[in-house]
Design a protein around this ligand. Structure first.
Ligand SMILES: C[S@@+](CC[C@H](N)C(=O)[O-])C[C@H]1O[C@@H](n2cnc3c(N)ncnc32)[C@H](O)[C@@H]1O
Ligand code: SF4
Length: 398
């Protein structure tokens, strides 16, 4: 059983916490409409959602996970989606209450909610703040009305910026997301858009390069030759322009797509990337819990109504809960940790797996310029390796 400590405690020599912490992820699986690029577990329903029923099911799942992992101190809670800003503030409040009854919340626990910037949802922001949410993450996606239309978004740039301003006035912390590498977008246009966006930034911004996901409308359009997407050179130029601009404004990348002022990093995402422990509740949520059986990889039923029925019948929505081998944990540790600019501590890998990272493989990636070892012995991906992260990680983990 792991021992949790507060965020401020138990730091290693250069400020990377020894204990990655414990987080709770809550999935709200509904959206007003489906964006053509998105493959998240999100569903559109014609009828109203019975939130009281969902809240009861969330309570059931939270109690179930607390039974498996009792006594934890929660560093972060993240309401993700789908569109959690379609939840009533009372439902959000009920979930936060259930989490603090099941475990103990750190006094400065980060409680984030993902919000879409339509005016209907922006009107609820006050209610979320009163419910205990202290960080809002807003899906702005683009600062061009024409591109918002292409992305299937239901809000305008003006609405998005108004939502950002409202979040800035109500929440101690906020972030927003943009997608770049959009159809037809050139480097100069992205540089200009990003510069404008950074005028509105708080302590954090997520900048995702558009990925064409399987079984999406964008995949079909691309395959039909109807999406003009950046080639490899332009993708790299956009990635580098992103790093340059955010760094110049004091929000360097701390992860592939995430940029923060020092101290503004998302604590919740750091729990994942530092390979901490987290409970996932709601349809299609993932979790990693450390129990007497080992580190369990958990996954719940994805379909919202089936998840609801299962939780009501069985007290949980899990469809998978398997102990990971040491080998698998080592792979996950590297996949997560090498996304971070701080890199990974090879001693932590050794503790998890009982073996060293393959020295020959490591050496060859260092010699090729994709990885480096810093003065503390941590392994990091270099600027040259960053755009090729998945390949580099697959190579180290192999
Ligand atoms: C769960 S989603 C969004 C939350 C919220 N529903 C919204 O759309 O604003 C989290 C983020 O992932 C990003 N995202 C989703 N699909 C993507 C894709 N195919 N390529 C790049 N980024 C994507 C978007 O920036 C989005 O804000
Ligand atoms: S991007 Fe957000 S709003 Fe659009 S379908 Fe995905 S989760 Fe829903």
């Amino acid at each position: 059983m792991i021992r949790n400590v507060t965020a401020a405690a138990a730091r290693t020599d250069k400020g990377v916490p020894a204990d990655p912490g414990f987080g709770v992820y809550v999935h709200w699986p509904f959206c007003l409409s489906k964006c053509p690029y998105c493959d998240f577990n999100s569903h559109v329903r014609g009828a109203a959602i019975d939130e009281a029923r969902y809240l009861a099911a969330f309570r059931g799942e939270i109690a179930h996970r607390a039974g498996l992992a009792p006594g934890r101190i929660v560093r972060s809670v993240f309401f993700g989606g789908g569109t959690p800003s379609l939840m009533r503030p009372q439902t959000v409040q009920g979930v936060i209450d259930a989490i603090s009854a099941a475990w103990r919340l750190e006094p400065d626990a980060e409680i984030t909610l993902e919000a879409n910037p339509t005016s209907v949802e922006a009107g609820r922001f006050r209610g979320y703040r009163a419910a205990g949410v202290n960080r809002l993450s807003i899906g702005v996606q683009a600062l061009s009305d024409a591109d918002l239309k292409t992305l299937g978004r239901k809000h305008t740039v003006a609405e998005a910026l108004a939502a950002v301003a409202l979040a800035a006035s109500l929440f101690p912390r906020f972030s927003f997301d943009l997608i770049y590498g959009r159809p037809g977008q050139g480097e100069a246009e992205w540089r200009d858009e990003l510069a404008r966006a950074l005028d509105h930034v708080g302590d954090h911004v997520s900048l995702y390069q558009l990925t064409i996901e399987p079984d999406t409308i964008f995949e079909r359009l691309r395959d039909a030759g109807k999406l003009q997407l950046p080639d490899e050179d332009l993708s790299l130029a956009l990635f580098e322009a992103t790093r340059e601009a955010t760094e110049a404004r004091g929000l360097p990348a701390y992860e592939v797509s995430n940029h923060a002022r020092p101290g503004g990093e998302s604590r919740h995402n750091l729990v994942y990337w530092r390979y901490g422990e987290y409970a996932g509740v709601g349809p299609g949520a993932h979790g990693r819990l450390i129990t007497a059986k080992g580190r369990l990889a958990q996954e719940t039923e994805r379909h919202p109504e089936m998840w609801l029925t299962q939780v009501e019948a069985e007290g949980h929505g899990l469809v998978e809960s398997v102990a990971l081998s040491r080998e698998e944990q080592g792979d996950e540790f590297l996949l997560m940790g090498l996304r971070l600019s701080e890199g990974v501590d090879p001693r932590a890998f050794e503790k998890l797996t009982g073996r060293d990272i393959d020295p020959a493989r490591l050496q060859s990636l260092v010699e090729d310029g994709f990885l480096k070892r810093d003065e503390r012995g941590r392994i990091r991906v270099t600027a040259m390796g960053a755009p090729l992260l998945d390949t580099v990680v697959a190579d180290v983990a192999a």
